[in-house]
Design a protein around this ligand. Structure first.
Ligand SMILES: [Zn+2]
Length: 477
């Protein structure tokens, strides 16, 4: 009797990434999301007889670029294939995809899950066209073919993912890289990035793969983890009760929190793949590949390493700052202006992220620029303003686009560090608080906070806190 309480999970992911090209894979129709149904179609993408597809060179370039960034082998010779199946949103009755000769093979994605490095190998990356969309509403069922023919990259991993958490980390990492490369916007809600998961379990220590099920079209990181957790537990229960897993395609039901059987899983031979007769095989020359390679920016893993080594940032900071290309560019611009990297990081991870989230503004659209932040950091480090005031100045800069210098001058926020002036205020506070003074002198030193707070009130937050603390110690001694 096998013990399915001690099982191992085997997960392989297929990611469909919609490429950020202006036109479709085999025709000139636009790819804009959200247009009126069937306004972005032509005889080619609605499958009229007698039309001929023409390969979108940018889509090919994007796929090669992604392959290079993920250390794939770029095939000098590849070709398109027809994948035959019937579905109302597929007017041609077949999808042009790649089968036995994909453009990219091998490659890998590095993950860091709970502090442990994991390498997930890729099987392949191939190009294909998207299908249209069926819309079911009260009036009946409709087909929108705007999406038919939109270029997709299918990135297929080896079955090397072991936990739902790893699966989510893998998709997150791929999304980051695709966005760095500017080949896919990664918008999961709009369906620009979709994930199919193949999952099976086997008793730990055995080699043979169990029967797998495929969960289709998972469209958020949260659902990837939830759907996989549910499905693994379902399989374990079936097997431990002596049942057997049926190879099938399942759907994640978001509201019920369960996976549900959709149809029995088709095998490759069900699709009757054959080479696309309307397209010549693809021959990619080395010159073009090295040209594309030059256009690959520094990728997140390299950035994280560099931020840790060059700027002495903690791994946590480096990871967060490198998670989006625009955030990293903002950080690097601020560093180039000469401020301390850790100071910049603190402001960015705290106040800046908070305000950007609150106001739903993208970092590149913020009127608070790296120049503003460096100006503020300088005013703090030279003692012109204290940190508390700096926080309000930061928010004002964010809202108005004015510089720290302008705001400090306008609002008279310069820090009071003059000992004589501060002493007067402290004496006043002591005189007005005989009760607290007595308690402090009796040993209740935690009242320091109270006195500092009172001094801050009287100076409208402008007192130099360090100076106030020293004066207090001296006068209450
Ligand atoms: Zn078209």
């Amino acid at each position: 009797m096998k013990d399915y309480n001690d099982y191992e999970t085997v997960i392989g992911l297929e990611i469909h990434a919609q490429m950020r090209t202006h036109s479709k894979m085999f025709c000139g129709c636009p790819t804009t999301f959200g247009s009126e149904p069937n306004t972005q179609t032509c005889p080619v993408c609605i499958g009229m007889p007698g039309v001929l597809p023409v390969i979108n060179k940018t889509a090919l370039e994007f796929t090669i670029k992604t392959g290079l960034a993920l250390s794939c082998r770029i095939s000098p010779f590849s070709r398109f294939a027809r994948k035959n199946y019937f579905y109302p949103d597929l007017p041609k009755g077949y999808q042009i995809s790649q089968y036995e000769l994909p453009i990219c093979e091998g490659g890998f994605v590095m993950l860091n899950v709970d502090g442990a490095e994991r390498r997930i190998n890729l099987t392949r990356i191939h190009m294909e066209e998207d299908a249209g969309k069926n819309i079911h509403d009260g009036a009946g069922s409709h087909v929108d073919l705007n999406r038919a023919g939109v270029p997709l990259m299918e990135i297929v991993s080896e079955p090397e993912i072991r936990t739902p958490k790893e699966a989510a980390a893998y998709v997150r990492k791929l999304r980051t890289i695709l966005r760095y490369l500017d080949v896919c916007d990664g918008n999961m809600e709009e369906g620009s990035l979709r994930c199919d998961a193949n999952v099976s379990i086997r008793p730990r220590g055995t080699e043979a793969l169990g029967v797998k099920t495929e969960i289709k079209n998972i469209n958020s990181f949260k659902f990837i983890e939830k759907a996989l957790e549910y499905e693994i537990e379902r399989q374990r229960r079936v097997l431990s009760e002596g049942g057997r897993i049926i190879q099938e395609t399942r759907l994640w039901n978001t509201s019920a929190g369960v996976t549900e059987s959709m149809r029995s899983k088709e095998e490759a031979h069900d699709y009757r793949y054959f080479p696309e007769p309307d397209l010549v095989p693809l021959m990619v020359d080395d010159g073009w590949i090295s040209e594309i390679k030059k256009g690959i920016p520094e990728l997140p893993d390299d950035k994280i390493r560099r931020y840790i080594e060059e700027f002495k940032l903690p791994a946590y900071d480096a990871d967060l700052l490198a998670s989006e290309k625009q955030t990293a560019a903002w950080f690097e611009e601020a560093v180039s202006l000469g401020a301390n990297p850790k100071d910049i990081s603190n402001w960015m991870m705290g106040e800046l992220m908070r305000l950007l989230n609150e106001k739903a503004i993208a970092i590149e659209a913020s009127q608070l620029t790296p120049v503003h932040l460096c100006g503020l950091i300088k005013l703090v480090s030279d003692g012109t303003i204290n940190l508390k005031i700096a926080k309000t100045v930061f928010e004002d800069m964010f809202n108005t686009g004015k510089t720290a210098g302008e705001l400090v001058k306008e609002k008279g926020l310069v820090q009071i560090s003059d000992v004589g002036e501060l002493e007067k205020t402290v004496e006043q506070v002591i005189a007005e608080s005989p009760n607290e003074t007595a308690r402090y002198k009796a040993g209740e030193t935690k009242l320091t906070g109270f006195f500092v707070g009172e001094v801050m009130k009287k100076t409208r937050g402008k007192a130099n806190p360090k100076a106030v603390n020293e004066i207090l110690k001296r006068l209450l001694g």
